[in-house]
Design a protein around this ligand. Structure first.
Ligand code: PNS
Length: 161
């Protein structure tokens, strides 16, 4: 059984994240979507809200698991016995940060590979930050996030977008 961890803040989950999970499922038996809690203070959604939305978005797919971690990602990966970390790449601007992180993670845990997957063209412009910004300013985000996230954003920002 091959398992990969897909870590991130997921504040909130977007269709770009969903796209990456679906691509990772073509390569791995199980994908664990792991919500990192180190930078939790400035998040829009609580850890519980984010985990709950991810669970709902992938409800019915037993190959997708959802959990959270605090501290080092690679300790979490080793604890789960996963063989890879999945990260999404959208633009060249993502690369430098991702390259540094992947190399640090390899140093910490040489047994696990970081695998970069590209979102489809429909999603490459999406980020959680931009989705929050445009939702807060009243724009339509229904094509950018799963239905459960859309409902949560509407509750936060009081819109019926
Ligand atoms: O969605 P994000 O904000 O790009 O996710 C970043 C995340 C959570 C994957 C990253 O910050 C992380 O792995 N944090 C755990 C701390 C850690 O392991 N640091 C050392 C590796 S560089």
């Amino acid at each position: 059984m091959k398992m990969a961890v897909y870590p991130g803040s997921f504040d909130p989950l977007t269709n770009g994240h969903v796209d990456i999970v679906e691509r990772a499922l073509n390569l791995f038996d199980t994908v664990v979507v792991s919500v990192g809690l180190n930078r939790d203070k400035n998040s829009l959604f609580t850890a519980e809200e984010r985990i709950d939305m991810i669970r709902q978005a992938f409800a019915g797919n037993p190959r997708v698991k959802v959990d959270c971690f605090r501290g080092l990602l690679m300790q979490h990966v080793q604890g789960l016995g996963a063989s890879a970390v999945i990260r999404g790449l959208r633009a060249v601007s993502d690369f430098e940060y991702e390259f540094q992180m992947a190399n640090m993670n390899r140093k910490l845990c040489p047994e696990a590979e970081t695998i970069f997957l590209m979102t489809g063209a429909d999603n490459f412009y999406l980020s959680s930050s931009l989705v929050k910004e445009v939702a807060a300013l009243g724009a339509e985000v229904k094509d950018m996030v799963p239905a459960v996230v859309l409902a949560a954003l509407n509750r936060k920002y009081g819109g019926a977008k």
